[in-house]
Design a protein around this ligand. Structure first.
Ligand SMILES: Cc1cc2nc3c(=O)[nH]c(=O)nc-3n(C[C@H](O)[C@H](O)[C@H](O)COP(=O)(O)OP(=O)(O)OC[C@H]3O[C@@H](n4cnc5c(N)ncnc54)[C@H](O)[C@@H]3O)c2cc1C
Length: 592
């Protein structure tokens, strides 16, 4: 039946052999004492919490959903207890600064923790999932007084946070936000307006909830340059912690993540504190959104992992028909003549697709989390800057490529279950529904495509893009130096060469034909994901060669070959499409 076992062996492989994270940590004073045993214990404890506390309440929460009553929200059964356990174990503090009560551990470990939490229970993980971004935003932009008042409560998990951007008329375009902020005599602000779709806007996990709200000051210019950021607590920091003037007006009935309360929030002159500078709220909010986008990418990875391990188990147990070609590892024929469905080539191919994308994404996702640590802590300033540049390109790729795969792979896994997959009790249909939202929120995947190509690649004339290409080229070159892996290196070089050429053309024509880039931005981002995963698999193959006699590493080499033979070629036809960007647009506005 449906279940979750954290892929600790693969996580350890990525941390120790693929990333060799310990070598970098040894150079960073904040992490120098972190030993392999401690890392193992942390991952094992997180795996236990995910599998034994969160996973069992996932399906019942999907059935019951949250309950709204007169402004209060009750989360599904077991959510409050699970959150209490989470807090008591110190998980919210894992990667936070000891100055505010944190444990000061790497964000890389936080990423591994969240991959497990999201896989086991996406809806529950929505409540604490936003917190690290809010913590970063306040740490970077809030006044000393706000930091000392709120950060220790956030780090201890005593209070949770929200991110309040969306309004009925302002979705992808936050420049359309209308919520108002009027200055008050005491230096604070009075916030009025309605926000919709706010995750965790109200709940029963914590007494206080800290809302980070985008609003306009009276003299604000139109558009995104007139938006400011405010901290608006549910309970005020004065004696007796009176309630602030805000209320949850209702929760949405929705397709998935039903245990996560998606709230309509009304701010009726609520007291708020300005974070950062007036009219510069979007810059402050971006600190939070970038962290949140990597987290949302991990939701896609978590769903795909969960789908993969359950589909694999089902395919090994379920028998139907005889396979046309009995695989070498088939064993004894079944007396009834029917083989497990994972003997059938079509099912093997689906399972290998799941495996190759899941394990490739784990390497890429953890590398990005490691870059977050290096961008903050590397003793060498130029390496800190390079890590930041790479991250700015990797963030939209991870958000969009991982979430698109998360949904598509959940659907592919449902196919492995056949008709049972469509039935509620088997769990996979919930994954298909739950995973879908990640392609929409935190900046839809279309917005990520524009962010990557137009804002970031064209925006700096391809400077950061060269860094990314160099990383891929280095992996390809290292593979070419290993006789059995030359082909991987050559294929990667050929594709990235085409990608570099066409991107150079797009940058050159940005002044004269800017619209063309918008039409193919999604394909361009997909090529980025595929080439980056190609480089990840190239490194995995190289690392695995020396121990190719052992089943774990043999399996890695098989999956690498599958990725290069069956999945990377998608980049080729996406590049063909990108080459057609100047043809008269086939995607005219549809008319009757
Ligand atoms: C379950 C759930 C939880 C959420 N949680 C939060 C939260 O905690 N806080 C919060 O503030 N918001 C939250 N949201 C809102 C979410 O971030 C928005 O739904 C999202 O940003 C998209 O906005 P929209 O729904 O208005 O769609 P629209 O902006 O109307 O977009 C509709 C379609 O048009 C496309 N599109 C729009 N502009 C462009 C463009 N320039 N180029 C190409 N395509 C474009 C979009 O990609 C999308 O496919 C949540 C939503 C849901 C459903």
């Amino acid at each position: 039946m449906w279940g979750y076992v954290a892929p600790l062996r693969d996580m350890q492989f990525v941390l120790d052999e693929w990333l060799e994270a310990g070598k970098d940590w040894a150079q960073i004073p904040a992490f120098a004492e972190l030993g392999a045993d401690t890392v193992q214990q942390i991952l094992a404890a997180a795996a236990d919490f995910a599998a034994h506390t969160l996973q069992p309440i996932n399906l019942p929460a999907d059935r019951s959903g949250c309950r709204w009553e007169a402004g209060d929200v009750r989360t599904p059964q077991g959510f409050v207890q699970a959150y209490r356990q989470f807090r008591e174990a110190g998980w919210p503090a894992l990667a936070c600064d000891p100055e505010y009560g944190g444990q000061g551990l790497p964000l890389l470990l936080n990423a591994a923790l969240y991959e497990m939490l999201m896989a086991a229970n996406h809806a529950w993980s929505m409540y604490p999932g936003i917190v690290h971004g809010a913590y970063d935003c306040l740490r970077t932009h809030a006044s000393r007084e706000i930091r000392s008042r709120y950060l220790p409560k956030i780090v201890s998990g005593e209070w949770l946070c929200t991110m309040c951007l969306t309004e009925p008329q302002a979705g992808s375009d936050v420049g359309l936000v209308r919520t108002r902020a009027e200055p008050r005599a005491d230096g604070t602000y009075s916030i009025s307006g309605t926000k919709i779709f706010i995750s965790g806007g109200e709940h029963d996990l914590t007494d206080n909830i800290l809302h980070l709200v985008l609003a306009r000051l009276p003299d604000a210019p139109a558009g995104t340059r007139g938006i400011s950021l405010f901290l608006v607590p549910k309970r005020l920091p004065t004696a007796g912690s009176p309630a602030n003037a805000l209320r949850c007006e209702g929760i949405e009935k929705k397709m998935g993540i039903k245990g996560s309360a998606t709230c309509v929030m009304n701010f009726g002159g609520a007291q708020g504190w300005l974070i950062g500078e007036p009219h510069r709220g979007l810059a402050a909010m971006f600190v939070m959104m970038n962290a949140a986008r990597l987290h949302v990418g991990l939701q896609g990875l978590g769903h795909a992992e969960m789908a993969y391990q359950n589909a694999r188990r089902h395919a090994a147990e379920r028998r139907q028909m005889r396979s046309p070609e009995r695989p070498a590892d088939a064993g004894e024929a079944h007396p009834g003549g029917a083989d497990p469905i994972d003997f059938h080539p079509a099912m093997r191919r689906t399972l290998m697709t799941l495996r190759a994308l899941v394990e490739g994404e784990r390497a890429l996702g953890y590398w990005s989390a490691h870059l977050l640590d290096l961008a903050e802590h590397d003793p060498d300033e130029s390496r800190r800057a390079a890590a930041q540049d790479l991250l700015s390109l990797l963030t939209p790729v991870i958000k969009s490529f991982f979430t698109e795969n998360g949904f598509n792979l959940s659907s592919a896994a449902l196919q492995v279950f056949g008709g049972y997959g469509y039935i509620q009790d088997y769990g996979i249909e919930q994954s298909v529904r739950d995973s879908r939202i990640a392609m929409i929120y935190e900046g839809s995947n279309e917005i990520q495509g524009v962010d990557f190509l137009v804002r970031k690649v064209i925006g700096d004339g391809g400077r950061k893009f060269k860094l990314l290409l160099q990383w891929i080229a280095d992996e390809a070159a290292a593979c070419r130096a290993v006789p059995a892996l030359e082909q991987f290196g050559a294929e990667l070089d050929a594709l990235t060469g085409r990608w570099q050429k066409v991107t150079g053309e797009i940058i050159a024509e940005a002044g004269t034909a800017p619209a063309a880039a918008y039409g193919i931005a999604g394909d361009h981002l997909r090529v980025a994901g595929l080439c980056l995963l190609g480089a990840c698999w190239a490194r995995t193959a190289r690392v695995s060669m020396a121990r190719s006699q052992e089943p774990f590493y043999r399996g890695k080499l098989d999956a690498a070959r599958f990725y290069f033979d069956c999945l990377l070629p998608e980049a080729g036809w996406r590049l063909d499409l990108i080459g057609r960007r100047h043809l008269p647009l086939p995607w005219v506005r549809p008319t009757e």
